[in-house]
Design a binder for this molecule. Structure first.
Ligand SMILES: Cc1cc2nc3c(=O)[nH]c(=O)nc-3n(C[C@H](O)[C@H](O)[C@H](O)COP(=O)(O)OP(=O)(O)OC[C@H]3O[C@@H](n4cnc5c(N)ncnc54)[C@H](O)[C@@H]3O)c2cc1C
Length: 421
């Protein structure tokens, strides 16, 4: 292996974590020679499509403890990285680099332009105006550790690339069409690391019941979902009924909390939805009763429509075997209570996750093997890991990109510090 005189750093993967690692390293120390290796034909593919193309790049929340609670896995490990580069600093960083941001009412942060390309453009500019080399359409296929560095085998290149430091930011294995195909797991394992169990997270859920498709597109802003399992995870927030079942922020959060639950069409997982988490069943029953008293002649479906849209009222009637054509005055107290109880406890059987459309991968490189203060491997000195390749995943709301920026930034400044000392 030929020795190099100056520190050569290879960053594998030009996604959020890799881009930020390169920028932070460059901005903290101009000494190292940085090479970004990206197999796609362009940088930041997933960043560009994130947030529906608007790029929800971080959160407006500021309390670090509350922020760390948004990570079902890896929150504790993230503490150092998050304190070094918290959402408020991420916000300032992007604005200082020419992209004005906005915080929406639900605390999600987006570029004012609502365009993810602007976020990636910042990095392209930094790289163009520096000696950072970007090798696109270049795939790492193998890596070997040597006493003073790493030998990288790149597809289609006759000569291996020799570097002193290696940053693995190859992401997880969600949305594989963006290039995140889990390659980095094998590289890390070949360098001595272990992997925790991988599972899809942040996905829609398919139900055994077919009635959701009759109200596909209907959403409720404030609901509570609960899984009927040993761990009994719950999630609050908006849900959306779909042709296959349910989706929306509360469903994504629940899918994240139940990432390792097993279920199938043969062995579904029972969940319940409370459409009125802030009301008791008795209160709901009373509202129905009050409405009936002044509308005795109205049909029952119209009365139900004071609580829920009529299309959904029809489903309740079906599910509870009530008669929609009945006059409201003919409904018994038992029927009203049954209806109220159902609205607070809608049973659904989950048979599958939304196929291949999960946003992130739960699980990854075992966090016990990585120094949380530097992102350097404890197993393989000179190797740094950042982003979704790690066993870290968060809820929707900008938390996954925030984790990628924060860990990428920490890896970058840690390498810069070594270089300066
Ligand atoms: C549809 C969608 C929407 C999302 N929206 C949001 C959102 O709004 N807010 C949010 O916070 N999070 C969002 N996420 C999650 C977030 O985008 C990811 O968690 C984050 O981008 C992960 O960054 P990363 O750098 O770790 O990995 P990635 O972005 O996956 O980057 C990894 C890169 O490594 C490259 N690579 C892999 N293997 C090799 C190899 N062998 N050689 C060379 N290059 C390689 C890949 O091509 C890829 O470019 C979304 C995810 C999806 C799928």
């Amino acid at each position: 292996m030929t020795r190099v005189n100056h520190t050569k750093v290879a960053i594998i993967g030009g996604g959020a974590a890799g881009l930020m690692a390169a920028a932070a390293l460059h901005e903290t120390s101009h000494q190292p020679k940085i090479i970004i290796i990206e197999k796609n034909d362009s940088l930041g593919k997933k960043v560009i499509i994130s947030g529906g193309g608007r790029c929800n790049l971080t959160t407006g929340l500021q309390n670090i403890k509350i922020i760390l609670d948004k990570y079902p896995r890896g929150g504790k490990f993230l503490s150092s990285a998050m304190r070094q580069f918290p959402p408020v600093e991420v916000f300032k960083w992007f604005e200082a680099h020419g992209v004005p941001l906005k915080i929406e009412t639900d605390q999600r942060v987006f570029p004012q332009s609502n365009n993810g390309h602007d976020v990636v453009q910042i990095f392209k500019k930094i790289f163009q105006n520096s000696s950072i080399q970007t090798l696109i359409k270049t795939k790492l296929i193998n890596v070997k550790k040597h006493s003073s560095g790493f030998e990288l085998i790149l597809a289609g290149k006759a000569e291996p690339l020799i570097v002193n430091k290696l940053v693995l930011t190859t992401g997880g294995q969600a949305y594989r069409q963006t290039g995140s195909t889990g390659d980095g797991y094998a590289f890390a394992v070949s360098l001595g690391h272990s992997l925790t169990k991988l599972a899809p997270s942040l996905s829609a859920l398919a139900t055994k019941e077919s009635w959701p498709k009759n109200i596909a597109g209907l959403s409720f802003a404030n609901t509570k979902l609960a899984v009927k399992s040993k761990t009994a995870p719950t999630a609050n927030g908006p849900i959306l009924f779909t042709h296959q079942g349910i989706s929306g922020p509360a469903v994504f959060a629940l899918s994240s909390l139940m990432a390792y639950e097993k279920f199938s069409p043969e062995k579904p997982l029972s969940i319940v939805i409370d459409l009125f988490p802030d009301e008791s069943a008795n209160n709901l029953c009373d509202s129905l009763k009050k409405n009936i008293i002044v509308n005795l002649k109205k049909d029952w479906l119209n009365i139900l429509s004071i609580l829920i849209p009529r299309s959904f009222a029809q489903i309740i009637n079906q599910e509870l075997s009530l008669t929609g054509s009945k006059h409201a005055g003919e409904m018994g107290k038992k029927d009203l209570m049954k209806t109220a109880a159902w609205l607070k406890n809608i049973p659904l059987n989950i048979v599958a996750r939304g196929g291949g459309d999960e946003f992130v991968t739960a699980g990854g490189i075992n966090l016990k093997e990585v120094n949380p203060a530097t992102m350097e491997s404890k197993i393989c000195p000179g190797l740094y890991l950042a982003g979704e390749i790690l066993d870290i995943d968060g809820f929707t709301g900008g938390f996954n990109l925030q984790s990628a920026w924060a860990t990428g930034h920490l890896a970058g400044i840690s390498i810069a510090k070594i270089n300066q000392s």
